[in-house]
Every structure is written in structure tokens, then in C-alpha cells.
Ligand binder design. Structure first.
Ligand code: GLY
Length: 354
């Protein structure tokens, strides 16, 4: 395994089965558990190969999708660990997308006040974002990640082979977070990403870009692990994005997280132009190029009030104002910015007319 990032403990692996076997050497199998969801059980467990240190009856399967990142699934994990004799020396291996990594991390971090966990992210979104940086949690009703703790995985294993199993929407969803990382920290990388050919995906090139993206996230996590200030840079696109995502879920037409973030980034690039001095030509060009790749959410101006209300309840707000991370220029951020409902509605209108 080659190290990609020190602070988030991320390693690139050419063979997840060999590298995991090495990590498990000398472990007591009675204390090793594997968490999968139905999707990763079907498509990804075979990549782990035979692992004598993971007993066959220590595989915990939870229902797939973000709807199940909830207390019921958490309870199932805690009860499984407890009834199978897990101690404080237990190790939980989370295999799958953001859902098993977030929820598994949360359950590990809270079981007996915290046991070790390893993340093996299998989606692009989880490889560049969800599995890294110690944010773990679960949803509370429609409130995403409302309950959670900071806890770092002891290892995050990134293997390019998983990316080949993803459909275009899942690739695009993860790619949105990569665009975000470039927008907040690396102007040259942004240009390369916006020119990436999604018609003929070059997986080797994508894997390299994943490494660069992880290093950018690592920079912000290291600077501010508990999100007191600079790490809020990573929330770029997420104030509008979370509102689009929650709106879509409430109206029974869920969208992938990264798609909603991409919609949110278009809005927040334009808001950065209006409020943070991002040059208009740059902002309008980036907004159009992201919009061309991702399209628009299924919302209209009649939904503006509900979207603003959702933004008001975003847990990123520390006061009654609606909080944003904005870009004075590409590669630079200002955190703790606010915008009024009228400014937000103006941006929405402009986006829907693009
Ligand atoms: N996903 C943003 C963060 O980890 O801070």
C-alpha cells in the first residue's frame, strides 16, 4: 500500500485482498467484524478475497441507501457487535459507499466508547470525501447527518478497481466533490477536471485525480479537524446542495448527494460573484460548465420559499443567518459568509434560467 495522506490515514491499494490480509495479520478473528450494505455485499465483498481473519458469521449486512442511515440500522450494528462478543479491542471494517462508512464509523466510535474501524470505500464519492476526515454519523428523519461524532478511521483503503463497477451517475456524483476540492484549492486541477472526458472514462487518470483530491481534503482536515474554521471550506456548494438534496428526498425523487452538491456549486459560484468578488467572467464560465455536465435539479421558482427554509435549518448555521462558504477567486475561500433570502432567490432564478 502507498500512503496518500497522513492525517486521514489514506492508502492506495492495488490489491485490496492482499493489503487487508496484511492489516489483519496477528488480529484475533473473534474481534474482527465486516459491515456491508446489500449493494456492497453483492458487488464488492468478492474483491476482499478469502480473509481467514474475518469469520463468516461476523458479516453485518444493513439495507442499502441513505434512507437507512438511521437509528434502526445503527441499533442493528450495535446489537450485532454486542451479541457476538465484541470488546473494546474489536475492529469494524466498513465496506461500501458513504452510507456504510459514515454509519459504521459512527457505530464503531460509540460502541463501548469507541473501537477501531477501517474504511474501504467503494464509490467515488466515498473515496474522495465520505470515508475521509473523521466525520461519522446518521440521519434523523429527513435531517441528514444530524447525529454524529468526529472519529478517524485507522486506515482508509482506496482501490481503483471499485470505480469500474460504478454507473455514470455515481461517477458524476463523486466527481462533483472532486470539482469542489479543485474550486477551493487548485485552479489548474479545476481546468483539468472540467475537461475530463466522461464519454470515455480513463480510469487510470481518474485514480490519479482521486489521489490529488484526497490530498486537498487532507490539507483542510489537518488544518482544522473539528471544523471550527478553515475546514468549512469543504462545505462549498453544500448550503444550496443540502437544500436541493433534502427537497428532492421530501418530494420522493431522491438525487445522489454529489449531484445535489454540483447543483449547489453552480449557485454558490454565482453567489461568490455577487458577494465575494469572484470575477463575473470566471464565475459565469464555471457555472455554465458545471451546469452542462450536471443539469439542474427538479425545482421551480414556486419552491424557492421551501428551499430557503431548508437552508435556514442547515446545521452549518451558527446564528439565524444562512451560512455560506464562498470563493473570492478560484483556489481561495472565505468561510462564515451570509446571504439574505432575497439574494438566494435571485441566484436560484438565474440558475434555473441558465
Ligand atoms: N464533507 C466535508 C467534510 O468532511 O468536512
Amino acid at each position: 500500500m502507498n500512503i496518500i495522506s497522513n492525517d486521514c490515514h489514506v492508502y492506495a491499494s492495488d490489491s485490496v485482498s492482499q493489503d487487508l490480509a496484511r492489516l489483519l495479520e496477528g488480529r484475533d478473528p473473534a474481534q474482527v467484524f465486516l459491515l456491508v450494505d446489500e449493494g456492497s455485499r453483492r458487488h464488492c465483498v468478492s474483491a476482499l478475497g478469502s480473509q481467514p481473519n474475518i469469520p463468516a458469521d461476523h458479516v453485518i449486512t444493513i439495507a442499502a441507501s441513505d434512507d437507512h442511515k438511521d437509528y434502526t440500522s445503527a441499533l442493528k450494528i450495535w446489537e450485532f457487535l454486542s451479541s457476538h462478543g465484541a470488546t473494546r479491542k474489536a475492529l469494524l471494517i466498513n465496506l461500501g459507499g458513504g452510507m456504510p462508512c459514515d454509519l459504521g464509523g459512527f457505530c464503531a466510535a460509540t460502541f463501548k466508547r469507541g473501537v477501531e474501524f477501517i474504511n474501504i470505500p467503494t464509490t467515488l464519492l466515498a473515496q474522495v470525501d465520505a470515508s475521509l476526515g473523521g466525520k461519522t454519523g446518521m440521519n434523523l428523519g429527513s435531517l441528514k447527518n444530524e447525529i454524529g461524532v468526529f472519529a478517524m478511521a485507522s486506515h482508509v483503503i482506496i482501490c481503483a478497481d471499485f470505480l469500474r463497477t460504478l454507473d455514470r451517475d455515481n461517477l458524476l456524483s463523486g466527481f462533483a466533490e472532486m470539482i469542489k476540492h479543485a474550486l477551493i484549492h487548485d485552479k489548474d486541477e479545476l481546468e483539468a477536471l472540467l475537461n475530463f472526458d466522461f464519454e470515455n472514462v480513463d480510469f487510470a487518470a481518474l485514480h490519479q485525480k482521486v489521489g490529488r483530491s484526497i490530498m486537498i481534503k487532507d490539507f483542510f482536515v489537518k488544518a482544522d479537524p473539528k471544523e471550527k474554521g478553515l475546514r468549512k471550506a469543504l462545505n462549498f456548494g453544500h448550503t444550496f446542495g443540502h437544500a436541493f438534496e433534502t427537497f428532492a428526498m421530501r418530494h420522493q425523487r431522491p438525487v445522489l448527494h454529489g449531484m445535489a452538491v454540483a447543483y449547489g456549486m453552480v449557485c454558490e459560484v454565482m453567489l461568490s460573484r455577487d458577494k465575494a468578488g469572484l470575477p463575473a467572467e470566471t464565475a459565469n464560465d464555471i457555472a455554465k460548465r458545471i451546469e452542462r455536465l450536471y443539469g439542474k435539479p427538479e425545482v421551480g421558482m414556486a419552491d424557492a420559499e421551501e428551499l430557503v427554509e431548508l437552508m435556514r435549518h442547515d446545521k452549518k448555521n451558527e446564528t439565524a443567518d444562512i451560512n455560506f462558504t464562498l470563493l473570492p477567486q478560484v483556489g481561495d475561500v472565505v468561510v462564515n459568509q451570509t446571504a439574505s433570502p432575497a439574494e438566494i432567490v435571485k441566484i436560484l432564478k438565474e440558475y434555473l434560467a441558465l
